[in-house]
Design a protein around this ligand. Structure first.
Ligand code: FPP
Length: 245
């Protein structure tokens, strides 16, 4: 398919796609490899999906790389994921910057090793004026934690109860300034939200595929976007043809 055909076939491109990159462990197990080999393959795939996002005209991509619950995994796996993050920044940052990708982080950095915190902050600062794609990295992120932090900040700011609206809450989340996700993709067939963007995803469309994350390549991503193009989003209202079911 030529780039022009791709654009024509995609009737509606989601502005913001968020992804739960699930199934790395099972991908590795199927091949008799350690779980970390699955995360490495998943990282390679991330490059493909970032490129595809730019190609298809997605403006915001949020990826769930490490949840607040993932600290309960074996130490070796946690260290492996922290190392992967450091390696990805070292290896990919210059190219991402050249390609116009703005890196943002959502979640808490404070439990990460200080050198890694610095790496993330430097990468965020370096790319802050890029506009081609905003890549939101959810690392040590949890949706409930995010909402609790927002409530605490609202209370600390002395905002009166009647001034607390959905719009105001959104301004206190890690994702301030980022539109809510239009489409949330979860790979590996699990049908769970897993504490991911629970506020922002209130009206997101979901796309769940049995494909494990390392195999969710450009073409699979494309299929998800085509599927999204056929959805009729209602936001609790009636369908665009007037029907209610
Ligand atoms: C879930 O699969 C995946 C993760 C918890 C980590 C996702 C990380 C990557 C794709 C690497 C990219 C990371 C960074 C930091 C840029 P799982 O291990 O739960 O799979 P399973 O359910 O099959 O065990």
């Amino acid at each position: 398919m030529t780039p022009k055909d791709v654009k024509t076939a995609l009737t509606k491109v989601p502005t913001h796609v968020a992804i739960i990159m699930d199934g790395n462990g099972r991908w590795a197990k199927k091949r008799g490899l350690p779980r970390l080999a699955g995360h490495k393959a998943g990282t390679e795939n991330l490059r493909r999906v970032i490129r595809a996002s730019v190609e298809f005209g997605v403006k915001y991509l949020t990826i769930y790389a490490f949840s607040t619950e993932n600290w309960g995994r074996p130490q070796e796996e946690i260290e492996g994921l922290l190392n992967i993050l450091a390696e990805v920044i070292d290896r990919e940052l210059n190219e991402l910057h050249r390609e116009g990708v703005q890196l943002r982080h959502i979640g808490h950095l404070d439990r990460l090793p200080p050198t890694l915190q610095e790496k993330v902050l430097d990468a965020v600062e370096l790319t802050q004026n890029n506009t081609r794609l905003v890549l939101n990295l959810a690392f040590n992120y949890g949706g409930r934690d995010e909402i609790v932090c927002a409530m605490r900040d609202i209370i600390r700011a002395g905002i009166p109860a009647e001034k607390v609206t959905p719009e105001l809450v959104s301004e206190y989340l890690f994702t301030v300034g980022v539109p809510d996700p239009d489409l949330i993709i979860r790979t590996s067939g699990e049908m769970r939200v897993s504490n991911f963007l629970i506020w922002q995803g209130a009206y997101s469309e979901w796309y769940i595929t049995p494909t494990f994350w390392p195999d969710f390549d450009r073409d699979e991503f494309y299929k998800a976007l085509v599927d999204f193009g056929h959805r009729d989003r209602r936001y609790g209202l009636v369908a665009s043809d007037g029907s209610i079911d």
